[in-house]
Design a protein around this ligand. Structure first.
Ligand code: PAF
Length: 302
């Protein structure tokens, strides 16, 4: 595994590997890419495993991207542990770790941004203005730097997956986007680098998120007539049962368009994939979680 911190070195390395694969093996190299902000956990490991299985060369980027954080968000205290990240990357068989500095990624304040409209106005986009412009701008830059064939993203950030797919389609990036299932702790908590912020009591109460999503899924499966309104209300009631939980949003939208679904329609009558998504604060930590369901209430990626 090699660690690269300069854009020119990264480009040259990937280009060189591609050329020598054609020369020596007489075939194209497949390059898989996993972009992250580091402080890696088993969720990232699952993306790397899939990338490893499906590609000749696996590139991991670790970069805490300042332009996707709002002024009052956690950029300064975002958890970092480079040595542990590199050990995990080596264990997962990563070939190249791209670890640029902020100066390397943004040598001058960027005057160019990639902004996906509509899909970024819902859910996290509504409560974190500018966040997705920061995400699409850095992912677009990383896609140009790495030039992968395939890129892997976790579905815990389902809105991010929808937004990046839209960007890739609209701007003709020749890159396949692979969404990967949410990875959970054994008690159900969705893995997130931000889980380390939680106190013991907050972590205990945060279990309500996965528990109430699971209950919603069971309810939809067992009661074909249940409406999106009823599901949303029951999720809100459940989450509010935990005194430390402060709801940012609980929403049910069509996926990947992120358009509203009829609130009084039975979920099983809807002819689209459904995203049930929530963001809830416990103390200063904002957690997100979701489930994706087909029209017949069957979980597609949990
Ligand atoms: O999901 C993340 O960790 C980040 O949003 C990403 C995609 C690495 C861009 O900074």
């Amino acid at each position: 595994m090699i660690v690269i911190d300069k854009v020119t070195d990264l480009r040259q390395y990937v280009k060189q590997q591609r050329l020598s694969a054609v020369k020596t093996a007489g075939r194209e190299l497949s390059v898989g890419f996993v972009p992250t902000m580091g402080f890696l956990h088993d969720g990232h490991a699952s993306l790397l495993k899939q990338a490893r299985e499906q590609n000749d060369l696996v590139v991991l980027s670790i970069f805490v991207n300042p332009i996707q954080f709002g002024p009052n968000e956690d950029l300064d205290r975002y958890p970092r542990d480079e040595q542990r990240d590199l050990a995990l990357a080596a264990r997962e068989g990563v070939d190249v770790v791209f670890l640029p500095s902020v100066q390397e990624m943004y040598p001058q304040p960027t005057k160019t941004k990639i902004a996906v409209s509509e899909l970024t106005e819902e859910l996290c986009g509504a409560s974190r203005p500018g966040h997705f412009d920061g995400v699409t701008t850095v992912v677009g830059k990383l896609f140009h730097m790495v030039a992968p064939d395939t890129a892997y993203f976790g579905l815990k950030d389902a809105q991010q997956v929808a937004v990046i797919r839209q960007m890739v389609d609209d701007l003709n990036f020749d890159i396949k986007i692979v969404p990967c299932p949410i990875v959970r702790e054994s008690d159900g908590l969705a893995l997130s680098s931000r889980n380390v912020y939680l106190s013991e009591e907050e972590r205990e109460q945060a279990l309500i998120l996965s528990r109430s999503l699971r209950e919603a899924e069971d309810w939809i499966k067992s009661n074909p007539a249940v409406t999106t309104d009823e599901i949303r209300e029951s999720l809100i009631r459940n989450i509010k049962s935990q005194p430390l939980a402060v709801i940012d949003y609980v929403d049910i939208l069509a996926f990947p368009s992120l358009t509203p679904v009829h609130t009084d329609a039975a979920i099983n009558d809807l002819d689209v994939e459904i995203l049930i998504a929530l963001a809830v604060k416990f103390g200063t930590t904002r957690l997100i979680d979701n489930i994706l369901l087909t029209t017949k209430g069957v979980a597609t990626h949990v």
